[in-house]
Design a binder for this molecule. Sequence first.
Ligand code: CP
Length: 328
Amino acid sequence: MTRPSPGRHLLSVADLGADGIDEVMRLADTFVEVGRRPIPKVPALRGKTIVSTFFEDSTRTRLSFETAAKRLSADVMTFTGSSSSLNKGESLRDTVLTIEAMGADCFVVRHACAGVPAQVAGWLAEVGRASVVNAGDGAHEHPTQALLDCFTISRERQRRFGHRPRRPAVLSGLQVAIVGDIRHSRVARSDVLAFAALGAAVTLVAPPTLLPPSLEGWPVEVSQDVDTVVAKSDVVYLLRLQNERMTEQYLPTLREYTATYGLTAQRARLLGPSALVMHPGPMRRGIEIAAEVADSASSVITAQVASGVAVRMAVLYLLLGSGAPIGA
Ligand code: CP
């Protein structure tokens, strides 16, 4: 088992394995309880400094990490690439080492290019012991999204249906469909690794143009028959068409895409009574998911966002904590 620990990084779900994912989820349960307190704060990371370094737009991940860090009593620095001295020609390496020199203990890194968080970890290793958390790099990975997705599925099945998971394979026996733009999705890559590690059977549903050029080594089935897959799935996970990463035209028309692959209100009638509908956000209502489906009882999209804070508290605590009790 590998898991986040002081001086370490979370760059990929593959860094964790089933036991590591389960450890994050167990700790996140504790932090959900902390979040319900009148003062939702513990002193666990007092004296630590966490810097959110976002070189690409974000709403959920950035605010979630910053909230998580504050609830752990860490100091938070916020760096925004678009308003930084990068615009004056400073290199990314010099930018990172400049922030490190101010005493950062952990860099939460989002970048449009795959591999940048790993590169940042390499630069930091030359000068100290700061940790790096990958907050989404290009079409590569988004590990904390996958962790919060596993946590949400497990908790919602327990809360709604009294399902008590076997550990660590908490998704054992579940059929999970990931539907949409797999090709450009870092969420899909991390989710496939995490869902499969926890025992789920994963089916990718996408037009051939929106699948990766090779799926060799991916522990998945592939289908274009969305109706059949939706009807048999315990979880239907929709993905946005990621226009910002598309370099050519992958679809004839948006209307055709919605009709063929979208979770329309009509198609959602095929869902089983205990099926969960998920989306990492940002979602485009009326394209990959109908507005009434996003707001329906099957949808756990808001629960995903709420889980994100507790799960990121767990990740930061495991990376930076002293090993002492979390605290009251
Ligand atoms: N799910 C996700 O990464 O959302 P943001 O781009 O808003 O952070």
